[in-house]
Design a protein. Sequence first.
Length: 406
Amino acid sequence: MQELQPGQNRPIGNGRVAVGVAGEPREDFLAKTRTGALLLAADGRILDPSDLINLERPRSRDGSVTFAEPSGEFWVDLDAVPAAVARIAIVLAIRPGLGLGTTFGVFASIRSWLADAAGQPLLLFPLPLASRGETAMILAELYRHRGQWKFRAVGQGFAAGLPALAAHFGLHPPEPAPDERLASGPGSRRDPARPGGPAAFSGTGFCVHPEGYVLTNHHVIEGASEILARSPRQRCRLEPVFSDPTNDLALLRSDSPPPGLAVFREGAPARLGEAVIVVGYPLGGLLGSGPQVTTGNVSSLIGPGDDTRALQFTAPTQAGNSGGPLLDGDGAVVGVVSSKLNVVRVHEMTGDIPQNVNFAIKSALARGFLEAVGVEYQSRATRATRAAADIAAEARDFVLKIECRE
């Protein structure tokens, strides 16, 4: 059985499969949570209110998805799923009315798995539980990509609970229990150096599809009521399409696509010591209205806390670079810039001041994210190294400054 990390996906073929959810302590988990499967259209919205499959409604309208007691597994006949269904989300929620403080963080473990028709486990997703203050989440999903079904480990949580989860899928949210009205989720994941205060903040994004789909970090747009994009050649409005807070990725769509398109590197991932280029809009435009370019090297293939989803690089970054592309020597995307080391905190702990310790989400995770939401992207094999000036000139056409208002 293969173990997946958040954001990873694997092809599963067709036929009949089972998706299960469990947690420890088992009795506590069964008493305090409930699971469901939602049949979704390509836009991520539920097709009909009856397409929520759970203990109360154990069978979908077409019979392709059933909930089995007492195992708590969802059996899915992939060959029988209607063509209008693009994704099947497996969701988990804390039962309403349990009071404040009952979150996923109270459990020792939560996991989801995929098994074949014979009940043989194929894939396992153990949910990372560190600081899980949410009360509802999308745990995993089955989705179609180019005619093939895949299983994706998600782990996208909602601190606001069932109402936020329901709204995410276009359902009418249930009325919260009286004690839940007073609940407040954890603080938003903000870039502490982001300029503009709580009313205005900015970051970077890059276009990945000719219809105007733009990739960035989730924390760049978190809490925004209005999102605009700007480059030296255009200004346009952006609308959120899908967000993955666990892996800090978000997909937006522009009403006026930029002229260029980012290309992901195909084949071998970024190598230790490899030269990389960062293109973005740091410090909210204080350094100028055009994109800024810095160069460096991949300094580690593992992120903070041994996070294998990230890599470390030395190209200087500032607040506002978040969400921008990390490019290789040919100008292909090998990562999404996400954060930098908190030098003040490190200085307090060690007395040393580290320099140019920055992190990016690996492109494999970003590509899996795009595949999961059904957005095709361009990729190419590694080619000869080009001049940084040529890469920067090319990136001007697909890198955007993202401006947000709360």
